[in-house]
Write a protein that binds this ligand. Structure first.
Ligand SMILES: *Cc1c(COP(=O)(O)O)cnc(C)c1O
Length: 344
């Protein structure tokens, strides 16, 4: 039986067509700047995000790190949501490697930050304090699309305070498809933008950082220092080209499947009178399920694993739809999920 993996959209496997496209890529030594496929991809992504230049990175973590290292000096700080990936899930790289101080603030229910709270965190010019340099945002955050009104306000905020603005757009394409807002609108006013292709877009590896030429030149040097200078990386760039051509528009299918999953699961929980498990409405390609009993979440995940359905075992369980989860699987997922809960 085929495994259905809902733990993340990073588990997506390259399709036969993508593999073939990769195999036929024209490649060269990218550290020498001689990989045509990489050069063309970087120019393509820069154009898509309306920035001067772009750089292929090994991962989103590397891409975010390069953005911070290239725009903040030692002893300077960046403002960031405490649940954002850049701060919470990247092993403190900016502090460890760049001497950059993170100033966290709470993330609001809609995934945005409170600009009044942020304003109080911007430090005055005084030798006691680190120099506040940059604000980092995340779109989507836990599947939620940042309202464009907030993006406008954040842009004004950083201009007013003379700060740089970075976007962790690991799932920016989901935000684009879900909101209908253009990529240019979603990235307007950001000095740097990181996007991931190894998630819902289905490439095996790769993120891209886009910014002005000077920032990307600095990022290129940092990338080399961190061991991220890849040689015949055109095979990766080709996978990303394929993903851009074929997998952006279809993200709508993932969003529709998430709605289907949330709706059907909720209906079955109600039908079985199960109240200790609550399903939240789907947001882009994610559905969150809250268990009051963490042990029940573990039992449910263990049951589903036996049936070939991979789930996280957290009490606040995240189910992620992606290109290897078709709508035909939804009924089976819901059925086994309920069986897992009632111990059938
Ligand atoms: C996945 C992710 C990243 C980057 O993760 P990598 O695994 O290093 O590619 C960055 N930000 C967010 C919000 C993510 O979900």
């Amino acid at each position: 039986m085929k495994t259905i993996d809902l733990r993340s959209d990073t588990v997506t496997l390259p399709s036969a067509a993508m593999r073939e496209y990769m195999a036929n890529a024209n490649v060269g030594d990218d550290v020498y700047g001689e990989d045509e496929t990489v050069n063309a991809l970087e120019a393509r992504v820069a154009r898509m995000l309306n920035k001067e230049s772009a750089l292929l990175c090994t991962s989103g973590t590397q891409s975010n790190l390069l953005a911070l290292l290239s725009q903040c000096q030692r002893g300077e700080e960046y403002l960031v949501g405490e649940e954002y990936h850049t701060y919470r899930y990247e092993a403190g790289g900016a502090a460890v490697l760049g001497g950059i101080v993170p100033q966290t603030v709470a993330v609001q229910a809609d995934g945005t930050l409170d600009l009044e709270v942020l304003a109080k965190k911007v430090k005055p010019n005084d030798p006691h304090f680190p120099v506040t340099r940059l604000l980092a945002l995340e779109n989507t955050h836990t599947g939620k699309v940042m309202p464009t009104k907030f993006l406008d306000a954040a842009r004004d905020f950083t201009q007013h305070h003379g700060l740089k603005l970075h976007l962790d757009g690991a799932r920016l394409f989901n935000a684009h498809i879900a909101s209908g807002a253009s990529l240019e609108t979603l990235t307007d006013g950001f000095d740097s933008v990181s996007v991931c292709f190894s998630k819902g877009l289905g490439a095996p590896i790769g993120s891209v950082l886009a910014a002005d030429r000077e920032t990307i030149a600095k990022a290129r040097r940092w990338r080399k220092m961190l061991g991220g200078g890849m040689r015949q990386a055109g095979f990766v760039a080709a996978a990303i080209d394929y993903a851009i051509d074929h997998h952006i528009q279809r993200l709508q299918v993932d969003h529709d499947n998430a709605v289907l999953l949330a709706t059907k699961l909720k209906a079955q929980l109600v039908a079985h009178g199960i109240e200790q498990v609550q399903v939240e409405p789907a947001v882009t390609n994610m559905v969150y399920v809250q268990f009051t009993d963490p042990v029940l979440a573990q039992k449910t995940a263990a049951h589903c694993r036996q049936k070939g359905i991979m789930l996280s075992s957290a009490a606040r369980m995240r189910l992620v739809t992606h290109l290897n989860v078709t709508s035909a699987y939804i009924d089976l997922i819901v059925e086994e999920f309920i069986r897992g809960i009632i111990g059938d």
